[in-house]
Design a protein around this ligand. Structure first.
Ligand code: TRP
Ligand code: ZN
Length: 868
């Protein structure tokens, strides 16, 4: 609905079961790009005691005919619009036949049935099914689906839907058909249909119980050579879920389809996952090491939804984190098990802090279980996904890993085939582990990132160390209720020793404390020497920490931490201290010494070292404080990275040359780690570019065998104004212009560079013939990078960066509201900046607000932003 007056808000407290339940759906879809005809035959059954009326949802539908139990109704006597169909005086149970006409070609929202490169795809979560036929497309309505697809065989040889293939054949009119049946009742958001001229690689997986599952990946023909890694990832995910949670795949066929035009990452449709092609297609020449990791994570994520989301689904969309938080947690566990758990954890925490913490302190802040929404598409957020996963992780800490796994298994058993709530999940945890989670539920209800303050004092006489913890609201004007916060803690002596100490009954190095009150003291006994608390190890709770600790003590922690995450954290905290120094104060000598010491460590994981030496990103630094002075921050960070590049030059070059493998195409863990570390060195060196560095980067570019090395060298060259920069970028474009996923990188590197002329460059990118406003990946490759990773361009004092984002959001909104709302979101946190930037941003939001009509998606973001 494109409303002129304010669109309605939906509230959790208004949840009611529907008047009727759909039990069986027989769909027949006669495909045509401009006029697809959908016949749906649905069995409905009344909820006892409910009115005998039914209101079905639609969107951009043309209704052709209606029949109840075989008797046609006259459309003249019916209340309907493209958005709604109202039926009255209905019997207790009946079969409703609807024939609707839709135009996939005109559907540019990439929701419902749409075209990408002349092939048909669907995206039904959350409310896309209503663009296919009038239906009760809410997640608690679960039905068995049978789908018949009809299409011209020549152009669309492959016809797919959920479940098992029951029949296929040829008709005399040149069309062929396929009939699919999904035996598992499901909400319509899990429905999928694909039709196209696609190639397939297939493999077989044998479950632990000995069942054979066929695994198929479908892609456009030219991509068939890039599916091997994804296939392997699917089989690894299947094995992992069996081994860790005892969960087997439940159909005989598992299909994955890659599509180039897709709003999000991927979609867990039952038996037929549909993926953004960037999370399927990869080869070492075209995909970076990070791309490979992301593919593993997303493949795992969608596969794990088969249980957390599909077999047990949601009662209503307010419960979204019930499936997403749990599934993100499961995919994080999976990736941690497949590689380095510490590296994975640091990466996840970085993403949480950059995306979720800033969301949680801005106008779009919402609890992990929201109370209301205007447009549910706006709630596929870092809070629902990533903070949701942190809540699950805390439950795992509180229950202990073993009890936790058992409790999750019980949850799947108890609610199999049902639409559940977050209460159902928590209650199962309580039952299974005999634990009281009443106060834990607050984590789902209270928005904002808690602020924890940490103090400690040591008494050498009693050999006791007291740790004083307190918690406070992360949001202003919030009536804060204290949350149960797990604080994983160890003591490191000031001489650098990992201490065994007593806390409560337990003698150990590491202790799990639970802060429940606003303020609490925890006493450690048998502490033989003065010590430093290492708190929130492995980031045991999604909080901000404020602690008074001297620089010298931070250096001790950096050198002697026994927790990989906190070692990284110490390095970051030190860098932040350095950033607090006024420009006239020289950086203290011990800083350089500590960094040199880090770099001389030859034992540790090179990836951990790579992360530790990178100074905090601007993005991260900007959301640390409620208000930031951007210009000061920019200059100070620049001074810091230049200092590191200069002072550590010989160490960085040394590591670079030791770890750079000129012939390197290795995809094993050790090669990936070495690549990451030497590219981190390259990045730091590039902060003070001289001829030697430029030559090094250009040589790396020219010799690169992997996309990782090519991208890293272009990233180092991107901020420079050198003819060598231009020629490298041009060469890259010419070489890869036929591979859209690689060209996305070409756009992204330029849009995120700290080049002094970045605004002009971004405008040039937007005018480039390969910029495609209808392709979300391409739009994100410019704007996500620009608005998130490039505050220097986005926050240009002229306000031009803001105007660019606003103008493109307005251009995109009539076609694809979901993508448009994503762009507008970048303007929402304007209150934290200086007057001039604030005004520029607000006036862009105002400009958007004045545009009519606006999608509900954009309306919600803009109105909430302007109301603070
Ligand atoms: N359920 C999907 C996931 O988390 C998310 C998703 C994919 C989605 N496509 C979407 C959400 C389109 C909203 C709209 O894996
Ligand atoms: Zn998901």
């Amino acid at each position: 609905m494109r409303a002129d007056d304010a669109p309605a808000t939906v509230f959790l407290k208004d949840y009611r079961p529907p008047n009727y339940w759909a039990t069986k759906v027989k769909l027949s879809v006669d495909l045509d790009p401009d006029a697809t005809v959908v016949t749906s035959l649905v069995s409905y059954r009344q909820t006892p005691g409910s009115p005998s009326t039914l209101s079905l949802r639609g969107k951009e539908l043309t209704l052709l005919s209606v029949a109840i139990d075989g008797r046609a109704l006259s459309l003249k006597d019916l209340k309907f619009s493209p958005e709604q169909l109202e039926l009255e005086n209905l019997p207790e149970s009946f079969e409703l036949e609807l024939i609707t006409k839709i135009s996939p070609r005109q559907n540019l929202a990439l929701e419902g049935l749409y075209l990408s490169h002349d092939q048909f795809y669907t995206q039904c979560e959350p409310e896309g099914f209503r663009r296919i036929t009038y239906y009760l497309d809410r997640p608690d309505v679960m039905a068995e689906f049978e789908t018949t697809i009809l299409a011209p065989k020549g152009r669309l040889p492959v016809l797919l839907s959920n479940g098992n293939l029951m029949a296929k054949g040829q008709r005399s009119d040149g069309k062929h058909y396929a009939v699919w049946h999904d035996p598992f009742p499901k909400p319509s958001y899990l429905f999928a249909l694909v039709a196209g001229d696609l190639s397939c690689i297939s493999d077989q997986y044998e479950t632990l119980s000995g069942r054979k599952v066929a695994v198929h990946i479908y892609v456009e023909k030219e991509n068939i050579g890039k599916c091997g890694f994804a296939m392997d990832a699917i089989k690894r995910a299947m094995r992992w879920d069996e081994e860790v949670y005892g969960l087997e795949y439940d159909l005989d066929l598992f299909m994955v389809v890659a599509v180039s035009d897709f709003n999000m990452g991927a979609m867990e449709n039952k038996g037929l996952n549909i993926f953004n092609s960037k999370y399927v297609l990869a080869s070492p020449e075209t995909a970076t090491d990070t791309d490979f990791e992301n593919i593993l994570g997303v493949v795992g994520h969608e596969y794990f939804h088969n249980w957390s989301g599909n077999r047990v689904t949601l009662r209503d969309w307010f419960q979204l984190s019930l499936k997403e938080g749990l599934t993100v947690f499961r995919d994080q566990q999976f990736s941690a098990d497949q590689g380095s758990a510490a590296v994975k954890r640091i990466g996840d925490v970085r993403a949480l802090r950059e995306q979720q913490f800033s969301e949680d302190s801005g106008p779009m802040a919402h609890p992990v279980r929201p109370d209301s929404y205007i447009e549910i598409n706006n709630f596929y957020t870092a809070t629902i996904y990533n903070k949701g996963a942190e809540l699950i992780r805390m439950l795992q800490s509180l229950l202990g890993a073993e009890h936790f796994t058992k409790a999750v298994q019980l949850y799947f058993k108890k609610f199999d085939g049902q639409a559940a709530t977050i209460e159902d999940f928590l209650q199962t945890m309580e039952e299974s582990a005999a634990i009281d989670l009443k106060s834990f539920k607050l984590w789902y209800q209270q928005a904002g990132t808690p602020l924890i303050s940490v103090k400690s004092s040591y008494d050498p006489k009693s050999k006791k160390l007291t740790l004083s913890l307190s918690q406070a609201s992360g949001l202003k004007d919030q009536t804060y209720r204290p949350l149960p916060i797990p604080v994983r803690t160890a003591l490191i002596s000031k001489a650098g020793k990992a201490l065994q100490v007593r806390q409560g009954k337990e003698l150990a190095h590491e202790h799990l404390l639970l802060l429940r009150e606003e303020k609490e003291d925890f006493v450690f006994e048998g502490v033989e020497e003065d010590a430093l608390p290492s708190v929130f190890r492995s980031f045991s709770a999604p909080v901000r920490v404020e602690r008074s600790i001297s620089e010298a003590d931070l250096f001790t922690l950096l050198a002697h931490e026994t927790d990989a995450f906190n070692k990284y954290e110490a390095a970051q905290t030190i860098a932040q201290r350095m950033l607090e120094l006024p420009e006239s104060t020289p950086f203290p000598k011990p800083y350089k010494v500590a960094m040199q010491r880090l770099l001389s460590d030859r034992e540790g994981d090179p990836r951990l070292l790579a992360m530790a030496i990178q100074p905090p990103s601007l993005d991260y630094l900007m959301q640390q404080e409620p208000a930031v002075n951007l210009d000061t921050l920019f200059t100070r960070r620049k001074r810091l990275v230049e200092h590191l590049a200069l002072e550590l030059k010989s160490e960085l070059y040394d590591i670079y040359h030791r770890f750079h493998d000129r012939r390197g195409l290795g995809m094993d863990r050790s090669s990936i780690g070495r690549r990451e570390l030497k590219n981190a060195c390259l990045y730091l060196l590039a902060q003070r570019p001289d001829d030697e560095l430029i030559k090094l980067a250009v040589t790396q570019y020219e010799e690169a065998h992997t996309m990782t090395d090519a991208v890293a060298s272009l990233g180092a060259l991107a901020p420079l104004s050198s003819p060598l920069r231009e020629s490298s970028f041009q060469h890259f474009y010419q070489r890869w212009k036929r591979d859209p996923l690689v060209i996305d990188k070409w756009f992204a590197i330029q849009a995120s560079s700290f080049h002094p002329e970045v605004l002009a460059q971004v405008k040039k990118l937007l005018a480039h013939p390969d910029f495609d406003i209808a392709n979300p990946n391409r739009v994100y490759s410019v704007f996500r990078q620009f608005a998130r990773a490039n505050p220097f361009g986005f926050h240009h004092p002229s306000g031009e960066g803001y105007a660019l984002v606003a103008n493109y959001a307005l251009k995109i909104d009539p076609n694809n509201p979901q993508v448009a709302a994503g762009l507008v979101n970048a303007l929402s946190r304007y209150t934290r900046y200086d007057e001039s930037r604030k005004n520029h941003m607000r006036s862009q939001l105002q400009k958007i607000m004045n545009q009519k009509p606006l999608s509900r998606d954009v309306f919600e973001v803009v109105s909430k932003s302007l109301s603070v």
